[in-house]
Design a protein around this ligand. Structure first.
Ligand code: DLL
Length: 439
């Protein structure tokens, strides 16, 4: 079911007309109401009346995460604090968090886009949705929660954690849709196995997973282990939280709610706007946000945009599932690699578990040493060392062949890598380097 057919199936010309109208209004509003933007626009020599076409957006300066931090907590508010009814912050583990303020209209907008996303994954009023994203300042829990309301879906606001109870309730309440991070879903599968439960006896039909990178082959693994269809959902606190985009039944690219979030792809080095189909950094302008509207916000997420004749009937632009983040890209002996590429290869290798970690260290020679730790199946770990050596070599050779990189592979015992109920920590960077792209 398409939740808002008039918008989601709109023809391109009409969509662009709507976007332009909203963009003009937005630019005028932030110029008048937010000194931060007025100063930036003045410095760039651009006035609201200079925005006459959608392409004119490239005249506007970018906004960065660094600027959001510098203006903490309320420097980017475009409305009175009295009109803010909800606040969220990014889940960043270091530094000052970024703050998103929502007015009542923003929350309605959030419910709308999240309802569209849940519907994309097939949810409706007949479903029972177990929401195992964390509730709190993180946008995952409440974002999904806001979207279930307008759809009439029964929501179980269980939050993350308490995994045995999750699984018990999943059976008791006959949950049909699960929402959580992909890594948490795999942990659930593991705990279910320990409890002697079989997902074929559950009622789950769909999982809506996001908030962290995951690969296509990880999807295959999750679908097999949890006996459901797994959909990718994307979003970030700064823009709204979950609900920026989601996969439909085609599972081929995520439809962006582009009437509210205007996407661009730029060359991360030069800032130049790239045409559809080209890979680069994703940038969003929040066309209708009132609390903390953002102009050309650099997400640091890497993907590309495309339009296809999607069989679902939606015409909105799609983004390919994320390749990774600018700041997560590894440079291994001169080759650029995203952790998700390593994951994708790993997931196809037999006798390993879908749990891994990448440890980066720098030797005195200034060369990065990258170790890939991978869990192997229980029976293999206790087996002969020569079997382990075969698996180790296989992983090494596949990485070499497919990515052109040589990694140190370390096979580790099952369940020895820390499990996550939220965002998994896949990369441990022990180098003492200044963070790239700090702004
Ligand atoms: O993670 C919002 C969210 C909650 C999205 C629940 C989906 C589901 P933040 O904590 O601000 O917000 O983190 C945003 O997480 O810039 C991406 O780098 C990453 N991310 C989010 N969704 C995906 C995804 C939420 N589907 C940052 N695939 C973003 C890969 C994702 N990475």
């Amino acid at each position: 079911m398409i939740y808002n057919k008039a918008i989601e199936s709109m023809n391109l010309a009409q969509m662009q007309e709507l976007q332009l109208e909203r963009l003009k209004e937005l630019v005028k509003r932030v110029y008048e109401k937010v000194p931060f933007y007025k100063k930036k626009f003045d410095r760039a020599g651009v006035k609201p009346e200079n925005i006459q076409t959608l392409a004119d957006i490239s005249k506007l300066p970018f906004t960065t995460k660094g600027e959001m931090r510098e203006t903490f907590p309320y420097g980017l508010l475009a409305c009175s604090l009295d009109d803010v009814i909800e606040i969220h912050t990014s889940s960043g583990t270091t530094g000052t968090p970024v703050v998103a303020g929502y007015t009542e209209n923003d929350r309605t907008l959030w419910s709308e886009v999240m309802a569209r996303c849940l519907a994309m994954a097939g949810a409706d009023k007949t479903d029972t949705l177990q929401n195992a994203y964390g509730y709190g300042l993180f946008t995952g829990g409440l974002g999904v929660h806001h979207g279930a309301g307008p759809l009439g879906t029964t929501i179980i606001p269980i939050s993350s954690g308490n995994t045995q109870k999750q699984l018990q309730y999943m059976q008791d309440f006959k949950s049909t849709v699960l929402t959580c991070t992909p890594s948490y879903s795999l942990f659930m599968a593991e705990v279910a196995n320990e409890m002697g439960l079989d997902f074929r006896d559950f009622d789950l039909k769909a999982g809506i997973f996001g908030a962290e990178p995951w690969s296509d082959n990880m999807r295959v693994e999750i679908e097999k282990k949890l006996n459901l269809k797994a959909y990718d959902i994307y979003g970030l606190t700064e823009i709204i939280g979950p609900g920026v985009s989601c996969e439909c039944e085609e599972q081929n690219g995520l439809h962006i709610n582009e009437d509210f979030f205007y996407p661009e792809i730029i060359d991360a080095e030069t800032g130049e706007v790239l045409p559809e189909g080209e890979k680069g950094e994703l940038v969003f302008t929040t066309l209708s946000r009132e609390g903390t509207p953002l102009i050309r916000y650099r997400t640091r997420d890497i993907t590309w945009l495309f339009r296809d004749n999607c069989s679902c009937g939606r015409t909105t632009v799609k983004m390919h599932r994320l390749l990774g983040r600018n700041d997560d890209m590894l440079i291994i002996k001169g080759v650029n690699v995203f952790p998700s590429q390593i994951e994708n290869i790993l997931m196809k290798i037999e006798n390993t578990e879908p749990h891994y970690q990448i440890i980066i260290d720098r030797e005195s020679t200034q060369l990065d040493n990258v170790e890939l730790q991978v869990e192997v199946e229980e029976n293999f770990f206790s087996d002969e060392t020569k079997d382990l050596e075969i698996i180790r070599r296989k992983i090494h050779n596949e990485m070499k062949q497919q990515l052109g990189i040589s990694l140190n592979i370390k096979l580790v015992e099952p369940k020895s890598i820390a499990r996550s109920m939220g965002k998994a920590r896949r990369v441990i960077d022990k180098r003492d380097l200044p963070k790239a792209g700090g702004k």
